[in-house]
Design a protein around this ligand. Structure first.
Ligand SMILES: [Zn+2]
Ligand SMILES: [Zn+2]
Length: 356
């Protein structure tokens, strides 16, 4: 099969690999029907994910059809349409039992797919702990609608869930990239009084204005002033920082009112300064960390009910044999790209016929 592979720092290549087999009794093998490219894939390409293993197939956002399951898999069967979770988690350790699946203590736990083990920018993928890592896609939900459930939509949903948003709140979201837009949709479900999106790209501000009626937009330069004008207690009641830019952490806590919740979703390239003397008396609550992607069934239900729809984020579509071109567009943020859907290769490789 074809698999987009991390060869070495700076180099991904589409190469031939054998179709994956079941290794553990809890594994499933999934035929990938749609995958996507995430900024984290670029982090691997640029060598900023030290635990990424050269030679692995990249890609951790995908949906597909179950081909095979190990004898201990109970929640899915061959033929089922499924979303694949970016996180691998055992479901049994202390952290998993408390919903902190990002901190699963299994050796395979955490972000493994497309990082430490073969991922989904390929024709097939092996998914460990399939009962936890796969969720059934309802019949009325398309592959494109379900594509982001296991990664950026899970992240947005988790961020909105932990941010203690009430209907009286002014919520500031910093960053309108793909994860910021998923976060926005999940924040909208909480029906806060006012949502402000801060974004530096005029193209993305236009996208928010076109797709999300009633959401206010502002550039970083005018953000503090604008938040003051549009909130009642000297700042936003809740801030979600999804940008991870040079100054966006500072912007996040500066725009927060006293006793606000500031949720840091962003992954920073550099350490950030927490200037406690400057924020003394603001009594902020910071929430940080990686997504606990354990709400995928609920997200799929919300999509099925028409309450979340991220298909407008898919601005480009490519088949797997043209994935290098898709990466070029995604990496250079050209042509108004937000997200790219990657479908199976138009011409499948020959060795497939003997395995399925
Ligand atoms: Zn990702
Ligand atoms: Zn666990």
């Amino acid at each position: 099969m074809l698999a987009y592979t991390y060869v070495e720092k700076g180099q991904f290549e589409l190469i031939e690999k054998p179709v994956p087999e079941l290794i553990d009794s809890h594994d499933a093998v999934v035929r990938v029907t749609l995958s996507s490219i995430c900024t984290s894939d670029l982090h691997i390409k640029h060598g900023s994910v030290p635990r990424a293993v050269p030679g692995i197939t990249v890609g951790h956002e995908m949906v597909g059809v179950v081909e095979k399951v190990g004898p201990d898999v109970v929640s899915v069967s061959p033929g089922d349409r499924v979303t694949v979770n970016v996180e691998t988690f055992c479901g049994e350790c202390f952290f998993c039992r408390h919903g902190y699946v990002n901190n699963c203590t299994s050796p395979e736990g955490g972000w493994a797919l497309g990082c430490r083990i073969d991922g989904g920018q390929a024709e097939y993928v092996r998914v460990p702990f399939a009962d936890q890592g796969l969720n059934l896609i309802p019949d009325n939900v398309s592959d494109e609608q379900a594509l982001f459930v296991g990664d950026i939509l899970a992240t947005g949903f988790w961020a909105a869930r932990i941010s203690e948003i009430s209907e009286d709140d002014t919520v500031l979201i910093i960053g309108a990239g793909p994860t910021g837009l998923c976060t926005l949709q999940c924040v909208m479900l909480k029906k806060p009084k006012c949502i402000i999106v801060c974004e530096k790209s005029s193209e993305r501000i236009r996208f928010v204005n076109e797709h999300y009626a009633g959401v206010l937009t502002v550039t970083p330069e005018k953000c503090r002033e604008f938040v003051l004008e549009n909130s009642r207690h000297g700042g936003a009641d809740v801030v979600l920082e999804v940008a991870g830019g040079e100054d966006t952490f500072r912007l996040a806590w500066e725009c927060a009112r006293p006793n606000a919740v500031v949720t840091i979703v962003a992954l920073y390239a550099h350490p950030q300064l927490l200037p406690l003397p400057d924020m003394y008396g603001k009594n902020l609550t910071f929430k940080t960390g990686g997504v606990d992607g354990c709400d995928c069934a609920e997200i799929l239900r919300l999509i099925s009910e028409g309450r979340i729809d991220t298909t407008s984020l898919i601005t480009h579509r490519f088949s797997l044999d043209r994935i290098a071109e898709a990466y070029r567009i995604f990496e250079t943020k050209s042509d108004g790209v937000i997200k790219i859907a990657v479908s199976p290769p138009r011409k499948s490789s020959e060795n497939l016929s003997s395995t399925v």
